[in-house]
Design a binder for this molecule. Sequence first.
Ligand SMILES: NC(=O)c1ccc[n+]([C@@H]2O[C@H](COP(=O)([O-])OP(=O)(O)OC[C@H]3O[C@@H](n4cnc5c(N)ncnc54)[C@H](OP(=O)(O)O)[C@@H]3O)[C@@H](O)[C@H]2O)c1
Length: 323
Amino acid sequence: MRALICDRYDGWQALRVGEMPDPEPLHGTALVRVEAAAVNFADLLVVAGQYQVKPELPFVPGNEFAGVVETANGIEGFTPGDRVCGFIGMGALAERAIAYPGAIMPLPETIGFDEGAAIPVAYGTSYHALVDRAGLAEGETLLVLGAGGGVGISAVQIGKALGATVVAAVSSAEKADAVRTAGADSVIRYDQMPLRDGIAAATRGGGVDVVYDPVGGEASELALRSTNWNGRLLVVGFASGVIPAIPLNLNLVKGNSVIGVFWGRFNLEEPEKSAENNRRIMEWVVDGTLRPLVQKTYPLSDALEAMRWVAERKVIGRVVVTP
Ligand SMILES: NC(=O)c1ccc[n+]([C@@H]2O[C@H](COP(=O)([O-])OP(=O)(O)OC[C@H]3O[C@@H](n4cnc5c(N)ncnc54)[C@H](OP(=O)(O)O)[C@@H]3O)[C@@H](O)[C@H]2O)c1
């Protein structure tokens, strides 16, 4: 099969499109013909050898896909021909990928493959973060950093669906337009004004209850300083490349909490809860409450361009490769 291949840990520029053997579906898994695979920021980290897991070389990157089951090898609930989308860890940027139980879900006919590929990681992570980890309540104020990116825009939509007032922080006019369309109540251009001034303006001098933080760096502490009593900062990722060190006295004096989010591990530790979350997410996608945003699609031959788009901080929502 044709695939995007990582032969050495030298970043996305060193990837190539070539031939790899078809993956073998072990008992209890399915072989899926991939129609679309979304590119995640984490894929850039994996192929640079900067991620928690370091697959044996050569390997195929890509951690989420939508497609059609070709072979169902004893996996419960799926048969050949079923439309599905799912999370895989690696191997999605290819013509075929393996689907694991608990990590795939049926893709309704009304949802396109491109949109389907953009659902599992972003919406799974944001739902888990906002509902399970933060307990975001109706009427609370949610600040989303990096709100125009893949996980960010899903957090804006889920925050609105949960009845929160959503403040979205972004670095460009295009991203500001996108988060407004996604439902943000107010937008901070943190490339143009200090983040804390933006939060004060958006909350009329108040603070925020929950911070969704996929960015890290100096923004984390600034956002934590703007939380209300009982505030929660969700540690989702470090797209800025900087893991911040937060002074704990802030937690003491403000009575707030810093809460870790690791959706991949949550799937393994709490598979039934994760499946229930996925059912809820898909219901919301089908009824239009959530709207996966696919900014661009690329054929597999241009997969490096898709990687470049994400690496250069241009992606809004997701970009998708269509093998
Ligand atoms: N904890 C988990 O379970 C989990 C799950 C999924 C993803 N993640 C992590 O979440 C982070 C975001 O993932 P994603 O796929 O949503 O990425 P993405 O689509 O590339 O979005 C990242 C956002 O971060 C902001 N950013 C700030 N500094 C940046 C920089 N130097 N380079 C690139 N972006 C920068 C950008 O927004 P502005 O330009 O507006 O600042 C961008 O929109 C990653 O670190 C990823 O590993 C964690």
